[in-house]
Design a protein around this ligand. Structure first.
Ligand code: SAM
Length: 241
């Protein structure tokens, strides 16, 4: 599924990020609300991708709300003696402020991540369990325009989440997997090949891009790869980079 067009998209995205050395609105909102997406360099890319849809009314889902429970899987609190400046819900509030007319949904397995505020709803679910994801999506009876997986970051559950939630991605929408370790690259490419054999229509329905942002921060970070899936929409021009 990774074709020349997508490689060209990646080259253009990377050069646009490098040109924009200044902080973007999303970078500031990430810092303000206690996400760590600016630290990974993701907010420059996202600002570039989403700046023209900021005023649209979208449904946005993020898996991984940001627990501070020490020793929980993928916790943001790696050193309880020196708690991080992050807060549960940081990225959900970042999206809420950036997309002023959109609804933001969050899924997490941890209790300290559950809250509700205007235009934000959270839901407790384990992303490794398709039935819990399906229960969530069906309970709101809608499709999502943007889905971001910033949850457990292990290959198996991340793949399960992808194949479960692609059905709930709106045509014209985008699905993003964050924080992929470089050592998982070959495994991901194998999984994508497997997916395109098991599900031949996928090739016409989606474009994919592997975005390597390992050089975006100091020190060099081996887990700063992103995998993007664009769901084609015959009625709307695809996002052109
Ligand atoms: C890196 S944090 C998310 C940070 C947040 N997106 C932000 O940018 O501020 C990862 C989250 O994934 C959650 N998580 C870990 N395993 C999970 C699972 N199996 N299902 C759902 N969420 C999970 C953790 O509880 C944690 O809150």
């Amino acid at each position: 599924m990774l074709d020349e067009l997508v490689k060209e998209s990646q080259r253009l995205i990377e050069s646009s990020i490098n040109q924009k050395s200044e902080e973007t609105i999303l970078c500031s909102l990430s810092k303000l609300h206690g996400s760590n997406k600016h630290g990974h360099g993701y907010t420059k890319l996202y600002n570039y991708i989403f700046e023209n849809s900021q005023d649209n009314s979208l449904n946005i889902l993020e898996i991984g709300i940001g627990t501070l429970i020490p020793n929980a899987p993928s916790t943001m609190n790696l050193d309880p003696n020196s708690p991080p400046p992050t807060k549960p819900g940081g990225s959900l509030r970042m999206w809420k402020d950036f997309f002023r007319y959109s609804n933001i949904f969050g899924i997490d397995i941890a209790d300290d991540c559950m809250f509700t505020e205007e235009r934000i709803k959270t839901f407790k679910a384990n992303q490794a369990k398709p039935n819990e994801l399906i229960d969530f999506a069906k309970s709101f009876n809608l499709k999502f325009d943007i889905i971001i997986d910033d949850g457990v970051h292990l290959l198996g559950p991340t793949y399960i989440t992808l194949v479960t939630l692609l059905d709930f991605l709106q045509p014209g929408g985008i699905y993003i997997i964050e924080d992929i370790w470089q050592e998982y690259r070959e495994a991901w490419l194998d999984l994508l090949k497997h997916l395109s054999i098991a599900w031949p229509e996928a090739k016409d329905k989606y474009s994919t891009a592997w975005i390597d942002l390992r050089n975006m921060t100091q020190p060099w970070n081996e887990s700063q790869n992103l995998l993007l899936f664009f769901k084609h929409d015959e009625k709307i021009d695809p996002i052109i980079f």
